[in-house]
Design a protein around this ligand. Sequence first.
Ligand code: CA
Ligand code: CA
Ligand code: CA
Length: 256
Amino acid sequence: MKPSIRSTHLLAAALIALGSSAASAATLADFEAPGSLTSWVTWGDVSLQHGNTALPDAAEGVALLALTTASTEYEDDYPATAGAFNLSGTAALDASAANGLATSLGLGPNGLDSGAAFAFEGSAASISFSASAGSTLSLRWNLLSTDTLFDDTAFVLLDGQRIDLATALQATQAVGGAYAAGGQTGWQTTTITLSHGGTVQLSFGIVDHDDAAGTSALLVDDVSVTPAIPEPKAWMLMSAGLALMGAAAARRRDRR
Ligand SMILES: [Ca+2]
Ligand SMILES: [Ca+2]
Ligand SMILES: [Ca+2]
């Protein structure tokens, strides 16, 4: 019986080694704490929303990050009054001006245009974090829009590289509240594998394209980072464990 007990222990040790180093998702932002935004740099209309019945429910918990293209001075959504869609009291930022949103994000002045669509105004939020190469960034988002030109665009910037999430054209699901005249994409999940380790700069943004009118909002929630799995060490340990078990089994056979 003794060799089989040893084998059981070896198997258990190998499984524990694998299990203890198997990576799990670390939450980068769930926006639940009232002070969650203090670790972010923001431009324009960016706010935490908690139990706002004018917006869809959060994807996780009860609070989310909201960015809009709403000014406080234009009648973006006439006949709604100026500022009706603005959530923070800070107006969306001119996208393409010298000190506008595009240059603030480290892009060229026209870095938020899309083809022929001129970026008019928008908002963004940025954070930096540390991660290992091969980690997976996961985020949940929902684009709401009343834009009748259908080209307002929600995007992610990863170390300055723009990755578009959706345009207003994809906001086709019915939605109640403030955006009832338009639509939403519904909550979507995007995962991105990080090509390098170290400090990563992540930004979320939303811009009005072509004109100031037709407000769009990007809701963000449940942002997490999962290290690459399994780590080589775990596989090496398990392989070593299995090899030892094989050797023990061979010895038992030899003794018979
Ligand atoms: Ca949340
Ligand atoms: Ca606007
Ligand atoms: Ca618009």
